[in-house]
Write a protein that binds this ligand. Structure first.
Ligand SMILES: [Mn+2]
Length: 379
């Protein structure tokens, strides 16, 4: 008995606002479906964040329709839980996964927390925020009980665990029953394969680079899905890697060395099969951001999909401006501007967004906004 485990496909995500990046996610998904169908497993598990949004764009729905139809034609059922991205944070709202019931998709929910596939127990829960972790703990205890008389048992969750996500977890390792054979996890975008209790704890990771900090893990461990063999006494987990067509390049350069560095980088980029995403940090010395940007833009605009520059200028002049900036009370200015909304929460969000966006960390800003609304709907 074999199954494929994937998660965090984030279909519909238009990274940097670029349609090319939205298409990259669709292409990777299609490649994964083709690869899984070729492997002919007995079933597939998707551990959440199938879509980027709880109301996905039609193109994303069509790609899932096409993929799941290929699974259906091959006789491969799919078990899934909604993640934080594809959960609708309103009472009695349904996740978009339910559209694919007729394609052989079985969604685990509080009404239907487990299925069996022959003698294998498949239990789990949709994403639960940290404010409701007590109810998740109850649910886990019930699943542990229900799974007792099966030959093998799998727990499917979309949660961050303290051991791997020490600052943003929703679930502590100690809250998880140790009796399952395989923990089919989603949510953490890096690949993690660990021993836990009597089984394996597995995060297959996101299928494309969703945030810049995933690049290091991608270079070390690749991206793709896990293929799990349950036949033997010891469970066998194989990481199936798919090459991402588009590279992410992260580079720092000293301003004084820039000319040689730019030439070297251009040569590297020309070897790539597709235009990469380029994150450049230029630092050192006192230079003009505008001129440096123009120089970089001229060098790279035709060679890359998008260039995300970041300038770290070290100069007295700059410090003076910063200090002057601090003497302005930005917070009270924002509060005044946002007075209609009458909320300290909104003011704080605006202040944080201003800092992140001001320093070019758009992804952090996006995540802050996601979290803000998530918590707002949660209370
Ligand atoms: Mn995710």
């Amino acid at each position: 008995m074999r199954f494929a485990h994937l998660a965090d496909t984030h279909l519909g995500y238009r990274q940097y606002g670029l349609y090319e990046r939205e298409k990259d996610y669709y292409n990777v998904f299609e490649e994964i479906v083709t690869s899984i169908v070729q492997e002919r497993p007995d079933f597939v598990i998707h551990s959440g964040d199938l879509f980027e949004f709880s109301r996905p764009p039609t193109q994303a729905l069509l790609h899932v329709q096409k993929g799941f139809l290929a699974f259906k034609d091959a006789g491969i059922p799919i078990y899934a839980v909604p993640g934080n991205h594809d959960t609708v944070m309103r009472k009695n709202a349904l996740p978009p996964q339910l559209l694919f019931k007729e394609f052989g998709l079985k969604v685990l929910s509080s009404n239907h927390p487990y299925f069996n596939h022959e003698d294998i127990f498949l239990g789990g829960s949709p994403y639960v925020s940290k404010y409701h972790s007590a109810s998740l703990e109850d649910c886990l205890k019930q699943l542990e009980k229900a799974s007792q008389n099966y030959a093998k048992s799998i727990l499917i969750l979309h949660q961050g665990i303290d051991k791997y996500l020490p600052f943003e977890y929703e679930l502590e390792l100690a809250q998880i029953p140790e009796t399952f054979d395989y923990y089919a996890m989603g949510h953490i975008h890096n690949r993690i394969l660990d021993d836990f209790g009597e089984g394996k704890m597995a995060y297959p990771g996101s299928t494309d680079i969703w945030k810049l900090d995933e690049v290091g893990n991608y270079q070390k461990k690749g991206k793709g899905y896990y293929l799990v063999d349950l036949a033997g006494d010891l469970l066998d987990v194989e990481a199936v890697n798919l090459d991402l067509p588009r590279e992410f390049i992260q580079k720092e350069m000293e301003y004084s060395q820039r000319k040689a560095e730019i030439e070297q980088l251009k040569k590297e980029i020309l070897k790539l099969p597709q235009k990469p995403v380029l994150h450049l940090t230029v630092k050192g010395g006192n230079f003009s951001r505008v001129e440096a940007f123009e120089e970089l833009n001229k060098a790279f605009s035709d060679l890359v999909l998008t260039m995300r520059p970041n300038f770290q200028i070290e100069s007295l002049e700059n410090e003076k401006i910063l200090r002057k900036g601090h003497s302005l009370d930005v917070k009270s200015m924002l509060r005044e501007r946002l007075s209609d909304l009458d909320s300290e929460l909104v003011t704080n969000l605006a202040l944080e967004l201003l800092q992140e966006i001001g320093e070019g960390r758009l992804e952090n800003a996006e995540e802050l906004t996601h979290k803000f609304y998530e918590e707002l709907y949660d209370h």
